[in-house]
Design a protein around this ligand. Structure first.
Ligand code: DX5
Ligand code: ZN
Length: 223
């Protein structure tokens, strides 16, 4: 059974002087979840969003919040983002010494657990994690910035999809980085069902049309 196609805008390109309005607009134009790119300036050479910003936005909407933790201390940070109202919290495999425990702890705190794989990290890292994982995020750029060039990794996506399907796991596979009208179809065909789009989505004059275009390209690629 294929999982729903979902569009998850990264808020990095948003006008942060009007963040509340931007979030309401994204919801109005039909996105399915908000992708909060959390950067600590250590794991990646950039700093972005703390839990208090998310906590202040949370009461104004019921849309699904997912936190992509690009942080050096994910086990300390994950509970803060769950408390801030993120339903899905994703940690980098590369930042977790005890990755199985990190994911298990996120689930035990009542959130959906996500494991993030950098471009260089092979799919088989998740082999023994599927029982404690609700979500797999495949980075199609090296993390730290929006607007970077897409790195094609359809083979890895297909490998992950085969692993998830073989065990009948209810796991979303998401791609993140350089996702646009020209790259989404190959990722959907390979098995991704959730798509982060930052700069590409914010470039559309008509965001609703942009969301609709991205969704229809992904749906068509799967059929
Ligand atoms: C990069 C972030 C991505 C990025 C996506 O570290 O994890 O979510 O902001 O932005 P675009 O879609 O512009 O590549
Ligand atoms: Zn991200």
């Amino acid at each position: 059974m294929s999982r729903n196609i979902e569009i998850a805008p990264s808020v990095l390109p948003a006008d942060f002087s009007r963040l509340g309005e931007e979030l309401l607009d994204l919801e109005k134009v039909g996105v399915d979840r908000i992708h909060w790119d959390v950067m600590d300036g250590v794991f990646v050479p950039n700093i972005s969003i703390g839990p208090d910003i998310i906590k202040s936005c949370r009461p104004h909407s019921s849309i699904h919040y997912e936190a992509h933790l690009m942080v050096a201390r994910p086990d300390e940070m994950a509970p803060l983002y769950i408390d801030a109202g993120c339903e899905t919290v994703m940690v980098h495999a590369e930042a977790c010494t005890h990755l199985h425990r990190s994911l298990d702890n996120i689930q035990k705190l009542g959130a959906r657990s996500g494991v993030v794989l950098n471009p260089h990290t092979p799919a088989n890292v998740v082999t023994h994690l599927l029982e404690v994982t609700d979500h797999i995020l495949v980075m199609t750029v090296n993390p730290g910035f929006g607007g970077q060039a897409y790195i094609p990794l359809t083979g890895k996506i297909a490998e992950l999809k085969a692993m998830v399907d073989a065990g009948n796991h209810e796991i979303d596979i998401e791609v993140d980085g350089g996702i646009s009208a020209s790259t989404i179809a190959e990722c959907a065909a390979a098995g991704a069902n959730v798509f982060v789009s930052g700069s590409a989505l914010f470039k559309y004059d008509d965001r609703a049309a942009g969301v609709a275009e991205l969704k229809s390209l992904a749906e068509a690629a799967r059929s």
